[in-house]
Design a binder for this molecule. Structure first.
Ligand code: ASP
Ligand code: MG
Length: 416
């Protein structure tokens, strides 16, 4: 029996009218395609933010960590409980059999990292049977249950991850993610009007794009899809209900016949650059720096270390999210004598622009094209980082849009 998982995001279930539309889409597919259906829903748009705000107000500044996180989960998970029940009702109204499934009923097991829990497994007793029996399972996304029986949420945007986990557990043929955009684009269409929707993109490329700043899918959801071989289709909830081949399919690289050298361009403005000058040069210095940053919860990204041309001294440059800039600066300043450095410079007006493509593995000249396109626009590069399928540069934030546009053209991605 083929099973399918459909997921609808917050804007798609923003009010009763939108939920009615979702019910029409699901009903259309259930009647025309056959097979079993599970539908995962997010909370109504804006709802989770409102709930988060309430927990902050109730807790005040004093409660942090374990004293806060478990009850935070109880509150913020409630948005999805509401939409799962509402959609089940709207489906019943259309003559379909449907019921809601909450995280603990599924049981979607998570670890105890409240607020950002990871999925451990899916017990789902009776769940697959219900789906096969023709009852539409409407799953409250974003939530699971830990081993103590307490509700845990999967981190913001986690409903995508719930959907892929459900698809993996059901052995579904596809996980359709209905959202407010109609697919994955070669870059942000708000910056580059000539950006194109991709028909297909590999898991690996999508993973890079998501972690480099593209906001369509949560990184963990793509990771889960890749590890479990679940094809993920991103499509618009405004699309024609029958148009199931629209959007972008995130799948295995082998299924993509025409591989692009560069498939997409991502950017992130949430970057800050740290320069440590006159840093001690002996074993353990880097370990000291990054252990302190890690303990403070700062996620470090690009790292470059260079000789300072002075005996026993070196320089180091690294980047971290701009929102952590002050925390990182304080952490390093507080440990100045233990680490041993002369100066720390922090530049918060930087952005990271990245080009991603599996074709890079087999083509030369990709870096050359990038650096030439940037230099032709007079854009200076502060830091460069590469992996097998991506090249990232750190530049002055003022040039972000110019850089993205220039690269989009340089790699032949502009629509006709
Ligand atoms: N409602 C949650 C959030 O806003 C989860 C989700 O929508 O994916 O983060
Ligand atoms: Mg910044």
């Amino acid at each position: 029996m083929t099973r399918k998982v459909l997921k609808f995001g917050g804007t798609s279930v923003a009010n009763i009218e939108r939920i009615e539309h979702v019910a029409d889409v699901v009903a259309h597919r259930a009647r025309n395609e056959g097979g079993g259906f599970a539908v995962v829903v997010s909370a109504m748009a804006g709802e989770t933010n409102k709930l988060v705000g309430w927990t902050k107000e109730a807790a005040g500044d004093g409660l942090v960590g374990a004293e806060y996180d478990d009850e935070y989960d109880v509150v913020v998970s409630s948005g999805e409980q509401v939409t799962s029940g509402l959609l089940a009702l709207a489906l019943r109204k259309r003559g379909l059999r449907a019921r809601s499934w909450l995280g603990w009923q599924l049981a979607l097991r998570t670890d105890e990292a409240h607020g950002k829990a990871r999925i451990k497994g899916f017990e789902g007793e009776g769940f697959a049977e219900a789906v096969d029996g023709g009852e539409i399972a409407v799953i409250a996304g974003f939530q699971g249950v830990d081993d103590n029986g307490r509700i845990a949420t999967l981190g913001r945007g986690g409903s995508d991850t719930s959907a892929v986990a459900a698809a993996a557990a059901l052995g579904a043929s596809e996980c359709a993610i209905y959202t407010d955009v109609d697919g994955v684009y070669t870059t942000d269409p708000r910056i580059v009007p000539k950006a194109q929707r991709m028909e297909k993109i590999s898991y690996e490329e999508m993973l890079e794009l998501a972690s480099l700043g593209a906001k369509v899918l949560q990184t963990r959801c793509v990771e889960l899809g890749m590890n479990n071989n679940v094809p993920i289709r991103v499509l618009s909830s405004f699309a024609d209900p029958g148009d199931t081949h629209a959007g972008t399919l995130v799948c295995n690289e082998d299924e993509i016949v025409e591989k692009q050298v560069v498939s997409g361009i991502a950017y992130s403005r949430d970057e800050a650059k740290f320069t440590l000058l006159g840093l001690d040069d002996h074993p353990g210095v880097a370990a000291e720096i990054f252990a302190r940053l890690a303990d403070a919860g700062v996620n470090v990204d690009m790292i470059v270390q260079a000789d300072a041309r002075r005996e026993g001294r070196q320089n180091m440059v690294f980047t971290a999210p701009d929102r952590d800039a002050e925390l990182a600066r304080r952490t390093l300043e507080d440990a100045r004598s233990e680490i041993g450095f002369e100066e720390l410079e922090v530049n918060r007006d930087v952005a990271k622009v990245s080009v991603v493509g599996v074709g890079m593995r087999s083509h030369t000249g990709v870096a050359k094209a990038m650096f030439q396109a940037l230099s032709a626009k007079g854009i200076n590069i502060a830091v460069i980082a590469t992996s097998e399928i991506k090249i990232s540069v750190l530049i002055d934030a003022a040039y972000t849009e110019l850089a993205v546009r220039a690269l989009h053209t340089a790699y032949g991605l502009d629509a006709e």
